[in-house]
Ligand binder design. Structure first.
Ligand code: BG6
Length: 492
């Protein structure tokens, strides 16, 4: 790997994302030696005026010890914080970015920086409204110094626009200033351990290869639930809603990995080519296969308009029109203020043909990948109930990570993805054509919701969402198993 003269610039350094995600991820990378003090400098840039030490103090409480690193934590923090420098300036002023460039260049030429090329990673922890001006400023004033070689990369985070048109405008604007190979569109779900496992599970296990299609699979659910509301970010959330916040990006990315064909190789472009094909094969959404909801009390937030129709819950059925998936509903479901907090993929198989055990209705085979909390992969099987009688029962093969990989510390999604950006690996980032295809799927529905032509149904906080959503899942083929309790479920 390249060493020396790496500058990581966090734009929007005093904001929520930077404090909660970006800086802690950098801290953990540093603690584990993936970025080293003699190789890297970190710059925070934002509008507020403050000193280096003020920023460091603000960040300190967000830097929590890694598992098993409690004893060295204070030392780890005191080695990390001095690497951060703060530069203040507006997001559209030449002076601000000239000053930033001066600071970065001073580091690159200082004796603290070892020989090496000029590598500049700009992390946008910014509201998207300032993306265009910031991109322009970076391009004009802050690119890596060509006489030193190296690279400039930008890391951008959703929302990438509000619909197809605005997303394409943003892409065109950024695309005029940076090459696709310089742009890292983060979707942090792609950094989750079990999302990264999908490719391996599907393509390295002979067992799944012949089963993974419409002949055997009845339906697929991709579910995201949170047991809290939009506390503190109602104003932001109301402009986007759950479809833009979760389905169009996180759940759709997961769908791609569940549904795509085997890529030619593991090269990022080969993988992303297959993801785009899946998205392009998704049929227009049928409104009879959509239920949107809004939790009661959402509009009590003073920053939310009293007549808001913004969904905080959605179930949307997607249908992939290709040879593998004809007829299989992909049920995407996400909600805030639900009865639990989890994200999982549930692949439900069809009933066994010619069943001799009279087991119909007693539960189907399911393959479940729980992304969080407590990562697990388990499979629901019908077995003989132990004992003298010949009775069937539903049981499970269980791979719970906490039990099976007791010593392993699973890295945070942001940690892994930031490391990829430094290493120049775009596999787990969203390509421009992927983004476009994702917006194409949801834009017509979003416009209808924005125009109040599709109404959000009320649901009780702490519930499963509107009951129409469960009915819809049932209507398209999902069979819920009643009375089955996974006994180890709560222990890990
Ligand atoms: C973010 C959404 O992208 O993902 C939030 O904007 C949501 O609304 C969050 O809470 C969920 O991420 P995670 O990793 O906690 O599942």
């Amino acid at each position: 790997p390249e060493t020396g003269r790496l500058s990581i610039i966090v734009l929007g350094a005093s904001g929520d994302l930077a404090k909660k995600k970006t800086f802690p991820a950098l801290f953990h990378l540093h603690r584990q030696g993936f970025i080293e003090s003699h190789d890297v400098h970190i710059f925070g840039y934002a509008r507020s005026k403050m000193s280096d030490d003020e920023l460091r103090d603000r960040l300190r409480r967000y830097l929590t010890p890694g598992k098993g690193c409690e004893e060295t934590h204070d030392e780890d923090v005191s080695k990390f914080l001095p690497l951060i420098k703060y530069v203040s300036g507006p997001y559209d002023s030449e002076e601000g970015f000239q000053l930033l460039d001066k600071e970065i260049s001073a580091y690159e030429l200082s004796k603290d920086s070892k020989e090496g090329s000029s590598r500049r990673l700009f992390y946008f922890a910014l509201p998207p409204s300032v993306y265009p001006s910031v991109c322009k400023m970076l391009k004009n004033f802050c690119m890596n110094k060509s006489d030193l070689g190296g690279w400039t990369r930008i890391v951008v985070e959703k929302p990438f626009g509000r619909d197809l048109k605005s997303a394409e405008e943003l892409s065109t604007h950024i695309g005029e200033l940076f090459n696709e190979s310089q742009i890292y569109r983060i979707d942090h779900y792609l950094g989750k351990e079990l999302v990264q496992n999908l490719l391996v599970l599907r393509f390295a296990n002979r067992m799944f290869v012949p089963l993974w299609n419409h002949t055997n699979i009845s339906n697929v659910q991709i579910v995201f639930k949170e047991d809290f509301g939009t506390e503190g970010r109602g104003g932001y959330f109301d402009q986007y809603g759950i479809i833009r916040d979760i389905l169009q990006n996180h759940l759709l990315q997961v769908l791609c990995l569940v549904a795509m064909e085997r890529p030619v190789s593991l090269k990022p472009e080969h993988i992303r080519d297959e993801k785009v094909k899946v998205l392009q094969s998704v049929l227009p959404i049928n409104e009879d296969e959509v239920v949107i909801g809004q939790y009661e009390g959402y509009k009590d937030d003073p920053t939310v308009p009293k007549d808001s129709n913004t969904p905080t819950f959605a179930t949307v059925v997607l249908r992939i029109h290709n040879e593998r998936w004809e007829g299989v509903p992909f049920i995407l479901k996400a909600g805030k203020t639900m009865n639990s907090k989890k994200a999982e993929i549930r692949v439900q198989f069809k009933d066994v043909p010619g069943d001799i055990f009279n087991s119909k209705g007693k539960g189907r085979n399911e393959f479940v990948i729980r992304l969080q909390p407590s990562e697990a992969i388990y499979m629901k099987l019908t077995v003989k109930e132990p004992g003298l009688e010949m009775k069937t029962a539903l049981s499970e093969l269980d791979l719970s990570y906490r039990q099976r990989y007791q010593e392993v510390i699973i890295p945070e999604a942001y940690e892994r993805l930031i490391l990829d950006t430094i290493r120049g690996d775009q596999q787990h980032f969203v390509r421009r054509d992927e983004l476009k295809a994702a917006w194409e799927i949801f834009t017509p529905l979003l416009h209808r919701i924005d125009n109040n032509e599709v109404q959000s149904l009320p649901y009780k906080p702490g519930s499963r969402g509107p009951e129409q959503a469960d009915k819809l899942a049932e209507k398209v083929g999902y069979v819920q198993t009643h009375g089955y309790v996974w006994s180890t479920n709560t222990e890990y």
